[in-house]
Write a protein that binds this ligand. Structure first.
Ligand SMILES: [Zn+2]
Length: 281
């Protein structure tokens, strides 16, 4: 069974989000473990998290958490420490809710330094977050959309950063299809090559989730604007999604929508359509 789902709000708590996923007949979902606009550490409701974990186990629903927007793996000075504490907190909440991991974007290029300095800082931050981490939830690094001067758009960078960390076993990946298309990692027509390369690099073996998004702008423009999968003005075509979704290297992954909910189709309807169109493999 393909694990289609979507991003959901926790306004009704962690259990509330899980119940909503169930009501959508989703087998996966994503949530913000806390306020998405801040890096503050949250003292969360342990009972609610445990109830969420049990509910998901009972209904075979799997989840991932997503870090707040200000989280940057290449933050410097004071902000770096705040990011580390926030990420540790995200991991704890994800673990309590029974989630596979916490999605965090690859860092961005430092203004002051080059690529190597940016990678070094990212590795330092990842090491600091994972030091002493005993849980099974992992940090899931997401590929970047690839605006000019960006880093984190290639499978080589993603797998190399993981290898260079002290605890690679606590790091996995999340592939965003819109970002991959925007950065020309996935052109829409090179999936077979990408799958083969990703397997050789050990990328797909560590991949836990796909952010299933269409792209509002043409391939390679570096623009991170999501569109609905089907019947939308998105530039990724249906047969291209089909090839990706049915790819053997992704059969274990969660497919989580981060698509607009206000463009004529709700997430619930979109999940239903995905199942109908792409089937249960
Ligand atoms: Zn994403």
């Amino acid at each position: 069974m393909l694990k289609f789902g979507c991003h959901l709000s926790i306004k009704e708590g962690y259990l509330g989000a899980a119940k909503r996923a169930y009501s959508y007949k989703a087998l996966s979902y994503q949530y913000f473990p806390k306020n998405p606009r801040s890096l503050s550490v949250k003292s969360y409701d342990h009972e609610d998290a445990e109830a969420c974990r049990n509910f998901c186990l009972e209904h075979a629903i799997e989840s991932i958490a997503h870090t707040p927007y200000p989280t940057s793996l290449t933050a410097e000075r004071d902000k770096k420490e705040a990011v580390i504490q926030s990420l540790k907190n995200d991991l704890e909440i994800a673990e309590a809710c029974g989630s596979l991991g916490v999605v965090v974007h690859f860092g961005s290029l430092l203004h002051s330094g080059g690529q190597i300095d940016s990678y070094k800082l990212m590795i330092e931050t990842l090491n600091a977050v994972l030091e002493g981490w005993m849980g099974s939830s992992r940090l899931l690094i997401e590929n970047n959309a690839g605006v000019i001067g960006s880093i984190g758009t290639t499978l080589e960078e993603l797998t190399q950063i993981r290898k260079l960390c002290e605890r690679p076993e606590k790091i996995g990946f999340c592939l965003d299809t819109c970002h991959a298309f925007a950065s020309a990692l996935w052109t829409g027509d090179n999936w077979a090559d990408l799958a083969e390369k990703g397997e050789k690099l050990g990328y797909f073996q560590e991949l836990k989730a796909v952010h299933l998004n269409n792209c509002k702008y043409p391939m390679g423009e570096g623009k991170d604007r999501h569109a609905n999968i089907l019947h939308s003005s998105g530039h990724i075509k249906e047969h291209q999604f089909e090839e990706l979704i049915h790819s053997p290297v992704l059969q274990h992954a969660l497919f989580v929508l981060e698509t607009p909910k206000d463009m004529g189709v709700t997430h619930q309807e979109e999940i239903k359509e995905l199942k109908k169109r792409f089937g249960q493999s």
